[in-house]
Design a protein around this ligand. Sequence first.
Ligand SMILES: Nc1nc2c(ncn2[C@@H]2O[C@H](COP(=O)(O)OP(=O)(O)OP(=O)(O)O)[C@@H](O)[C@H]2O)c(=O)[nH]1
Ligand SMILES: [Mg+2]
Length: 411
Amino acid sequence: MITKDKIFAFLLGINRKPSDEEGLNELQLLAKTAGAEVVGTAVQKRLKVDPAYYVGRGKAEEVASAVKTLGANVIICDDELSPVQIRNLEDITETKIIDRTMLILDIFAQRANTSEGKIQVELAQLQYMMPRLTGKGIELSQEGGGIGTRGPGETKLETDRRHIRRRIYRLKKELLEIQKSRQVIMKSRKYPVISLVGYTNAGKSTLLNVLTGADAATGDRLFETLDTTTRGLDLPDGRRVLLSDTVGFIRKLPHHLVEAFKATLEEVREADMLIHVADGSSSILEEEIITVNSVLSDIGIGEKPVILAINKIDKRNNENRFIRSYNQDNTIEISALKGINLDKLLNAISKYLPSNRHHAELFIPYDDARSLDKIHQNSDIDEIKYEYDGVRIRGSVDIAILNDLEKYVSR
Ligand SMILES: Nc1nc2c(ncn2[C@@H]2O[C@H](COP(=O)(O)OP(=O)(O)OP(=O)(O)O)[C@@H](O)[C@H]2O)c(=O)[nH]1
Ligand SMILES: [Mg+2]
């Protein structure tokens, strides 16, 4: 977070639904992830945010005195606030205000380690800051005004704005380049791609690791993963696929962040299939599932085959609660950590992964029974001839199998 000194945070939120059992739990985790120690919380029940103070003015005054008693040096609000709300709250509480968006952006900034990740986070931060740089009474400098805007009237803020705008332009250009080279790579890939998507902390990276032997970082923090890791995986039907892990989603995900992360999420858009990993032990499982689905549709990922993997069943205590609502063929309950039902998951992937077949002719020696078996499982065979030292097969064969058995393909 902004300061290097110890952060003592007071959390402030609004409870819009009477049945909101989650309260500020998630904000607590976010605050902890960002390195803050939570010293107090307050939630106000109200249907709409107050346009001037976020919570009601009276509540803001209460918070002001609580913050002094508890020794908090920052107040973290559970929603994205307007510049006016931030200024008013800061005036009344005499304490620095951080909103949910700043907090999430801050965590992302700490996590980003590839150049793509860094560019995306910086872009989101600058876009968030832009409208907030306009101080009281300072007019927006005219677009491209150049000479006309220079002179005694120019403020520091306006210079910053111009600088930021230029930087945003540059970052967007760099991202576009990255996106282009990514598309080239994706077009040339030989195997189908399956993307792991899901709420942050659901266990996506743990699942990637256990299925492919990758060593993606996992941890009980939010947004552990920002970058995509991709590894090969052999399915029970003999097909080889690429499994890739990506950034997790969260409720009220900042709009700028979703925009900025489109380059990373491009991989998900190009995937042949998704595995939606959900945390079966979460008290807000259903809401998390809905959130993920709506982010997916926001970024234009429409109809793709998807398997819902309800993870952490080893940890779940309220038996059968979710089986009722998600008792569908494409829903598998698993534990990535304890290795429960992973075979079922792999079989479901084989079943739902669309096959992409090409017409081909192959010659397979008799001693390679495994390859023969793969062909039988994943092809529509038109003709089969048993020759002296092998089998000649003509038919529509899955593209992933063809890639694997390239040496047997007759041209
Ligand atoms: N009990 C239990 N814990 C699990 C299971 N799978 C993952 N976890 C734990 O859940 C935490 C989050 O796991 P990750 O794999 O990092 O989750 P993620 O979905 O990649 O999270 P982000 O990268 O932050 O989006 C870790 O502490 C894991 O050890 C499981 O099946 N059972
Ligand atoms: Mg992860």
